[in-house]
Write a protein that binds this ligand. Structure first.
Ligand code: PEP
Ligand code: MN
Length: 367
């Protein structure tokens, strides 16, 4: 039998616990409200001066029985918990974030699932669509090899304004016809929001190129489309900037977003760009979106295609993009790095990239 005095006192403690919980929750809600305003105006959640003032006010008011040190350490715990809440709140608002969606997004192009546990996809084709014959040659080879996604640019972003910049809408038509003939899904780069209607008509996947990663008007227009999107990482974009660009797409309602690491500009000159494999892994950790790697534009070297592919797949890439051309020597763009059909077959053999595989990636790679 418990002493009646203890039971009474314990009952008071129980009530006080509930009062404290109510006050703590109320305090947390106010802290969240402050956090929202801080995020809105771009202020940091952590304000050491304010924190010190609150601790001073508490120790001034403290009449015991807890010592000032104990009061401070109790309240520091409360401050820290509030801060975590504010930070969590920041992340949850981003649609791309793992905090808002823990399950992997699977983007389905036609009947091809990309992401999560599915076997890595291969997106192959010429840098630019140059002619009906060229596209037919590549598309028929790819289809024969079991590739499901064909890439080819009709609107090409070029450094030199006098160089070949694509066949435009006619290129899209050529690509569409070849893809229909061979049961392929068509991926092509959109450079300008004004072309969205044509892309809606001819293309299965809208590609936003590296140079346009922060073209916010284009991102919003593509975000309003319901076509899947491949979003390339900008030439010098941080992972955060890249993910925020994806956020633009998702904020407009397009949740079919595939991130594509395509190499970033560094001091290195042996390669055209530096494939950032850590970005592939990080993008998969931080976001729930599928992440692929473009091994052609990243290294800019044919002799790196196999090792870069293997490294990207090893860190969890959900697919690879590669450029294939019937006769790269005469290609109208990127003629130094596209590969011909024989090299493509060697590439498939060397990377063990069996495009006909339907096995889940976990069965293929053990992770
Ligand atoms: C492309 O894939 O054709 C291309 C131009 O790539 P990026 O935007 O990555 O340079
Ligand atoms: Mn190219």
């Amino acid at each position: 039998m418990e002493d009646a005095r203890i039971s009474d006192l314990r009952a008071r403690i129980d009530t006080l616990n509930l009062d404290l919980l109510r006050l703590l929750s109320e305090r947390a809600e106010v802290a969240e409200a402050i956090g929202r305003v801080q995020s809105e105006v771009g202020l940091s959640h952590y304000d050491p001066v304010r924190e010190q003032r609150m601790l001073d006010a508490l120790t001034d008011a403290n009449r015991g029985p807890f010592t000032d040190t104990v009061v401070k350490s109790l309240f520091k715990q409360i401050f820290q918990a509030s801060m975590q809440l504010e930070e969590q709140q920041d992340k949850v608002k981003y649609l791309t974030s793992r905090h808002s969606q823990s399950a992997d997004t699977v983007v389905t192009v036609g009947d091809v699932p990309i992401g999560s546990q599915y076997a890595p996809v291969l997106i192959a084709g010429p840098c630019a669509i140059e002619s009906r014959e060229q596209v037919e040659a590549v598309a028929s080879l790819l289809a024969e090899r079991g590739v499901r996604l064909f890439r080819g640019g009709a609107f090409k972003p070029r450094t030199d304004p006098y160089s070949f910049s694509g066949l435009g809408e006619e290129g899209l038509r050529i690509g569409r016809e070849a893809c229909d003939r061979h049961g392929l899904q068509f991926v092509s780069e959109i450079m300008d929001a004004s072309n969205i209607a044509a892309f809606e008509e001819y293309v299965d996947v809208l590609q936003v190129g590296a140079r346009n990663m922060q073209n916010f008007t284009l991102l919003r227009a593509v975000g309003r489309s319901r076509k899947p999107v491949v979003l390339k990482r900008g030439l010098s974009a941080t992972i955060e900037e890249w993910v925020m660009a994806a956020e633009y797409l998702m904020a407009e309602g397009n949740d079919q977003v595939i991130l594509c690491e395509r190499g970033i500009r560094t001091f290195e000159r042996y390669t055209r760009n530096t494939l950032d494999v850590s970005a592939v892994a990080l993008a998969k950790l931080e976001t729930h979106l599928p992440v692929i790697a473009d091994v052609t534009h990243s290294g800019g070297r044919r002799d790196l295609l196999v090792p870069l592919t293997k490294s990207a797949l090893a860190v969890g890439a959900d697919g690879i993009m590669i450029e294939v051309h019937p006769n790269p020597a005469v290609a109208l763009s990127d003629n130094k790095q596209q590969i011909d059909f024989e090299a493509f077959d060697r590439y498939l053999a060397a990377t063990l990239y069996d495009t006909k595989l339907t096995a889940k990636r976990t069965e293929l790679y053990g992770f």
